[in-house]
Ligand binder design. Structure first.
Ligand SMILES: C[S@@+](CC[C@H](N)C(=O)[O-])C[C@H]1O[C@@H](n2cnc3c(N)ncnc32)[C@H](O)[C@@H]1O
Length: 210
């Protein structure tokens, strides 16, 4: 089934209502949503261009919201069948399934991938794009979550994280993973970097990508 025309969508599903929907959901669940507005187009493009989508293999998107990063992946030429998007919010997940019928949208918990992925739990991904807020967890817990994600990557793959933190939201763990970042994307609300994690190959340091 192809994406339906805006005119055929229920009012709540129309992309023109995304900002209002996002804000209304944030008012009810600020910690789960973690943002007052969807990421900007240039932020999404930065995230996608930093992700190792050029590797062969499936792509995992965690916390897609209403699909701005999903759209950026598709616009960058990623085949929809490669993408699995895990969204906790039932209404958001329903909208995503309508908008992107060829993407594997799963309504579930991106922090419990064994359960959420089910039979696909042993899949290794070319890239993981993470937008689920992590700052409410203590640093050690964040690091163990990241180590689990890194273990699900194919060799050479990376994880790109949305975070408004001015410093790495998840500190590197020598021997497990390292972190770099993009430049700040100023037109995002609020301005933010993309944090880029990959398996530690000896030199672990926090360095900024040029
Ligand atoms: C900061 S928003 C990002 C939305 C979108 N990717 C963007 O960049 O605008 C975080 C998203 O993660 C979802 N989320 C929160 N906790 C989650 C969980 N445990 N598993 C999956 N998704 C979750 C929220 O419902 C929300 O859609």
């Amino acid at each position: 089934m192809r994406m339906r025309h805006d005119g055929n969508l229920k009012a709540a599903d129309k992309p023109s209502n995304d900002w209002a929907r996002f804000l209304a959901t944030w008012v009810r669940h600020p910690l789960k949503l973690g943002a007052v507005a969807p990421s900007s187009r240039s932020y999404c493009a930065t995230m996608v261009s930093a992700a190792t989508t050029e590797l062969d293999g499936p792509i995992l998107e965690l916390g897609p919201g209403l699909g701005v990063v999903t759209r950026a992946l598709l616009e960058a030429g990623v085949a929809p069948e490669r993408i699995t998007s895990i969204e906790y919010d039932k209404n958001f997940a329903r909208t995503l399934k309508n908008r992107y019928p060829r993407v594997n949208v799963i309504q579930g918990d991106g922090f419990d991938l064994d359960t959420t992925l089910g039979d696909q739990r042993d899949t290794r991904f070319a890239a993981i794009l993470l937008a689920i807020p992590t700052l409410s967890f203590p640093q050690e817990k964040r690091q163990s979550i990241m180590a689990d994600y890194i273990s699900r990557l194919l060799p050479g793959g990376n994880l790109t994280q949305l975070s408004y933190s001015p410093t790495p939201p998840i500190k590197p763990v020598p021997g497990a993973f390292g972190v770099t970042s993009s430049r700040i994307v100023w037109d995002n609300i609020p301005p933010a970097r993309v944090w880029i994690y990959s398996a530690d190959t000896a030199r672990t340091a926090t360095r900024r990508a040029a």
